[in-house]
Every structure is written in C-alpha cells, then in structure tokens.
Design a protein around this ligand. Structure first.
Ligand code: ZN
Length: 341
C-alpha cells in the first residue's frame, strides 16, 4: 500500500521509530548546540554536513528515540575516554534541563514508556574502541552511564583491531586478543557490539565470537554501491544469522546517489540478501555526511517511509525497518548484562 505523507506520519505516531547513529552530542559538547531548540539547517544543501537533529525536529519526524554516538579523534588513544565522557556530560546536561522531553533508555520497554509519556528516548553509543584507551575496565562505567553499543573501530587501528579504512588498515589482521576480550566484556556489561568501520576479517571474527546479537550502526551495502566503507552480502548474511541488525546510512557518498531512492535501494538489498529482520536506520546525521535530497534532516524522515511504501514495502515490514528490528535487538541483549541494574 502506497502511503501518503499524512499516513506515514500516522504510522510513526503509532510505532517506535529509532535511528542508530547521530553525532549530535559532539556538537552539544564542542559548540554548545542546544538540543531543545529548533534549528534551521545552518548549511546549504550541498554542504549540509551538520545541524540535522534536535528535539523539535525529532518530534516533527515522528522519531521515538535516537542513538547518540560519541566519537573521538582517532589518534592518539590518550584523551579518548575523556572525550566520550564530555559528550555523555553534554547529553546529561540537556536531560537535566529538559526532563519532560528527553530520557535515557536502554530497553524496548523503556522506549515505549518514554514515548507514552511524551518523551524522546536517548540511547548511547561509542564510535571507536580507542575510547577504552586499552582498558577492559572502561566498559562497565560507560555501560552504567547509558552506553548501549560500542563501535569497535573508527578511522584508525586501535587496541581491538583494524579499520575498514584509515591509519593502520590491514585486511589480513582480525581482532586482537584484547579485541576478543572486549567482545566478551561488552556482553557481560549489556553493551551491544557495533561493527561499523571494522575491517571484514574483524567483522566476521566478532560475529563468530558473539553469543548475542550485534549491529552495524551505520553503513551502506556493496551490493548497491562499491565503496570501501560498505559491507558485502556474506557480511549481511552473517548478521542475519547472528540475529542482529544493520542501519543504513543517509550519506550520498556511501549510498552512491543523492536521491532518497538510494536509501530505499540499500534497504531493499539488505532485505533481499538477509531478510526483513535485519534492516534498520543509521542516518549518521551530524556526522559530516551530506544526506540525500528529501532526507535533509531528521524532520524529513516520513518522506523515507513514503518512498519505501512506493516501492512495495508492506506496512508490517516498514515497522521493522523503522524501529522494530532495533527494538528486537534491544530486547535480545539484556540491558545491564550481568551487572546489577
Ligand atoms: Zn562513522
């Protein structure tokens, strides 16, 4: 059934729409970006690399929750823990100021309850295992502060493994011994393993090691567009087997086109190869990506729902793509792991 924009909005109001990756907390930390204020997009379409997310536009886009991803300069590893803490502090401060609008959540039930109370859910993620500075013990305190996923790699080699691209890349090297310990410790602490940016060998090794579902928080797929950052069909099938999900990025560079239809193409490819339980949204908003036309910011998200419905995606599957698959992973990876809540 082809949805009108109003019908897409009505669907968003009914379900829990979740996005797996936005870098907004860095703007809050470094630029004093106010999450509670509606921003006009500060940059022209061609250079629209940040200013995509705030609470009023999340409401407009019918978004129930956002994973805020905390990133650090890739090298050196020193100072990375502090950089993540600063972003957590910035989000905490926004929440303390607007407790009626924004709430930390960890589980599907949390997200549903927050939505029912009129609040937007904040979920935390880390982009790049250098945030641990080589310390396994760093995972538990991050988990306690709201970090629900850990992206093992970013743009450079770290103590865990090698990036798909960037300083120290080496396709022949997989996870280090420390990297294997990190995967186990994440499971103990209720932290989902995020395989965005890791090289293919580390990706497969981490999935083999995982006893719980993992995710790829933001990526494109090689089956649609050839790019070093995108993942191939066996990687998609491995995620399906693991019970995880894959967030498709809204970046024209990785999608291969500036059209909203390219996001649909990547999502449909995930379904074709890995099934309808895998695709999710991983915008990478505020992460120096230029989103396609029609998806210029988070308020525009219902346009994607309309575009998907035009391509024959049933409402039942739309619900999975827009948030259902992420909710399933949130429920499958116990929020506190073996820690006492
Ligand atoms: Zn990234």
């Amino acid at each position: 059934m082809v949805l009108t924009l109003d019908e897409a909005r009505a669907l968003h109001a009914e379900i829990c729409v979740l996005d797996l990756h936005a870098d907004t907390a860095k703007l809050m930390d470094k630029l004093g970006y106010d999450l509670a204020v509606r921003h006009e997009r500060p940059l022209p379409a061609i250079a629209n690399v940040f200013g995509h997310v705030d609470l009023p536009r999340m409401r407009e886009g019918g978004v129930a929750g956002q994973f805020f991803s905390f990133w650090t300069a890739p090298t050196p590893e020193r100072g990375c823990t502090r950089a993540v803490v600063a972003q957590l502090d910035a989000l905490d401060a926004a929440m303390a100021k607007h407790p009626e609008q924004l709430r930390w959540t960890r589980t599907g039930a949390d997200v549903r309850a927050a939505k029912a109370s009129g609040r937007i859910s904040a979920l935390g993620g880390i982009e790049g295992g250098q945030a641990l500075e080589g310390m396994l013990d760093a995972i538990e305190p991050f988990s306690r502060r709201g970090v629900r996923y850990l992206g093992l790699l970013h743009f450079s080699k770290n103590a865990i493994g090698r990036p798909a691209k960037g300083r120290g890349m080496d396709a022949a090297e997989g996870l280090t011994g420390f990297g294997r310990d990190v995967v186990r410790e994440c499971e103990r602490c209720g932290v989902i393993v995020d395989l965005a940016h890791i090289n293919r060998r580390g990706f497969m090794e981490a999935l083999e090691l995982s006893t719980l579902p993992a995710m790829v928080s933001h990526t494109g797929v090689l089956g649609v567009h050839e790019h070093w950052r995108n993942i191939d069909d066996p990687q998609l099938r491995a995620v399906a087997e693991n019970g995880g999900c894959v967030g498709i990025i809204f970046s024209k560079r990785y999608l291969g086109s500036a059209s909203i239809e390219s996001v649909v193409d990547h999502l449909l490819h995930v379904i074709d190869v890995a099934g309808e339980d895998v695709p999710a949204l991983g915008s990478d908003f505020d992460g120096f990506v230029v989103p396609p036309r029609g998806l210029e910011d988070i308020a525009a998200l219902p346009n994607l729902t309309v575009a998907l419905s035009r391509r024959g995606i049933a409402t039942r599957v739309l619900e999975k793509i827009l948030g259902g698959n992420v909710m399933r992973v949130l429920d499958a990876v116990p929020a506190w792991g073996k820690l006492a809540a």
